[in-house]
Write a new protein. Sequence first.
Length: 298
Amino acid sequence: MDEPNVRLDGLAAAVTGAGRGLGRAHALALAEGGARLLVADLHGAQDTAAEIRARGGTARALGGDAAADGAGDRLLAAAEEHYGRLDVLVNNAGVVRDRMLFNMDEAEWDTVVRTHLRGHFLASRAAAAHWRARAKRDGGPVHGRIVNTASEAFLLGSPGQPNYAAAKGGIAALTTATAQALRRYGATANAICPRARTAMTTEVFGPPPQDGPDPLAPERVSPLVAYLASPAAAHVTGQVFVVHGGVIGVLRPPELGPVLRAASPGGGWTGPGEVARAVRGADLPPHGFTAPEVASLA
């Protein structure tokens, strides 16, 4: 059997939030695979780009807010200016403002949803339009890859992060919609829910182990990102993965549970009492619309 083609030679890739943490690890992995990088972040983009160049790769830095007006267009314009094209987009920029729902103010909600969900939308829209235009111009499919960053927070409920969980759930939905829109052009969109030790998760995971490798190091997530960016993943789209250490969990699509039907076919429900009786006899999930089993992945 032929080895899968996971090389990225000649491809142009942009990574947002690449100044440190997961974004930096993704940028380094893509560059190691042969991609030319556009490293985007509010802070640290120059450092990551310099690190890639020091390792013999090609990289340019782009500063700015990923969710600002026109940010996606500026990202695409920079990629076209430096590399003549954009082939891979990794949306990773994000922030946290953790607080319980009853204590959260509007600014904490807006900041997180804006940075994550709006930021993903702006860059994805620019990339999607770019690939559609290329496919129409060339008369065939293009190599276009979007890798979005969701989170286990939307799967678990995460009561201390209602803003973050909502944004990440929105990113998963944006990913599936984007995948459907891009399918006819040969481009793909997938999402990862990474578990990694970064500045954003210091209070959650604590310090790395003193002896031996860190199972939650960001670079343990990046091989999946590099694979999804490659020619070998051309058939993989609309998927959501939970990834950390040496584990990749593939999420199943939402499944229809119990179906409750009114006693009178075609007549509809007669009132809340009939609904109550139907629900009482239904096998409802004890944990609601969450997936607590992902927490046990190790």
